[in-house]
Design a binder for this molecule. Structure first.
Ligand code: SF4
Length: 334
């Protein structure tokens, strides 16, 4: 049996190159080696966007289209919608019984996010979303979870919940391992590419938009003229070349340090490379955008599989907790 991966995104808009480098590219690579589950975490999107649930339908669709455009094969991977898998909600409730509130309050990711969003009081759903993430991961007994470094405290909590559950009720859940993802800097040189910082190139951006955005990218501030010796390691464009255009890097590093290449030429080469890379993604997007019913069918089939697996795990959990009341055989033998 293949090992299982659980990964996914909150549907809060279109995906960008940061998502691609951090996870999407890897998911495409791993999808045939692992049983890959891709969750579109719409309930978790509501923890910060509860005032605008009307956006979810489009955002869910956009994320699914981004996955397919990036090369996720619906025959190999299971793409599903979180809110449509009842077992996830039920497991969240069960796990909530033995996670102390202070553990959630002191979670560094929750603290940072709450500060960034300026929350003066914390909603129950927001404070508790790491428990819901534990349910996302454990409903399908995932072995591996690719996550950003900022999500590491959440994964640690999931591991603790699994250990605690198994200790309290019996060995049912699988303790997942983390696979840490890369971060891509933003076009403004900020440590992270992000929609909220307006420093992102989207997978759906057309070629001219990619060129326009790359032209705005922050470079080595010490370089005024082409002949000025550059410091490529402080330059955002150099970091992008290192990520997407590796072959060119040794030559670029030498030429930049010697002042033999101008930033305009360097950016043009980067935009060309990015557009070459994005072209097949654009082609697949065009295909799926013209077949919206097919995207719906893929989501429904993936969700049906997730529901089935979730029901099985939930039955085992209830058996272990001795609250599968009418399944007398399993309660007695448990
Ligand atoms: S030449 Fe390229 S790597 Fe060097 S500073 Fe300009 S944009 Fe950056």
């Amino acid at each position: 049996m293949k090992k299982r991966i659980l990964t996914g995104d909150r549907p809060t808009g279109k995906l960008h190159l940061g998502h691609y480098v951090g996870s999407l590219r890897n998911r495409v690579k791993l999808q045939y080696d692992y049983d890959t589950f891709l969750i579109i975490a719409d309930v978790q999107a509501l923890t910060t966007n509860w005032e605008h649930p009307e956006r979810l339908a489009q955002d869910v669709h956009d994320v699914a289209t981004d996955y397919l455009a990036a090369g996720i094969d619906p025959e190999a991977a299971t793409i599903f919608i979180q809110s449509m898998v009842p077992a996830i909600a039920e497991l969240t409730i069960f796990y909530s019984m033995f996670v102390p509130v202070n553990v959630l309050r002191h979670n560094p990711t929750i603290k940072t996010e709450a500060k960034q969003k300026g929350y003066s009081e914390l909603m129950y759903g927001f404070l508790g979303y790491p428990i819901s993430q534990a349910a996302d991961i454990t409903f399908c007994k995932a072995h591996l979870v690719p996550v950003g470094k900022d999500q590491a405290p959440h994964l640690e909590l999931t591991r603790k919940i699994v250990r605690r559950f198994n200790e309290l009720y019996g060995e049912v859940l699988v303790e997942p391992e983390g696979m840490y993802e890369k971060l891509l800097v933003g076009l403004d040189g900020n440590a992270k590419m992000s929609k909220s910082l307006d420093n992102a190139i989207y997978l759906a951006d057309p070629p001219e938009e990619v060129i326009r955005k790359v032209n705005k990218a922050v470079t080595d501030p010490a370089r005024i003229h082409k002949s000025d010796p550059g410091h490529p390691h402080v330059c955002t464009v150099f970091k992008y070349h290192s990520e997407f255009n590796e072959q060119f890097v040794p030559e670029l590093e030498r030429a930049c340090k010697k002042g033999e290449i101008g930033c305009v030429e360097c950016k043009t080469r980067l935009a060309t490379r990015l557009n070459e890379m994005l072209d097949p993604i654009r082609e697949r997007r065009t295909y799926y955008e013209a077949r919206q019913d097919l995207v719906d069918d893929i989501l429904q089939a993936g969700t049906a599989r997730a529901v089935e697996i979730g029901e099985k795990t939930l039955a085992e959990v209830k058996d272990a907790m001795k609250c599968n009341y009418f399944a007398r055989e399993s309660v007695r033998s448990g």
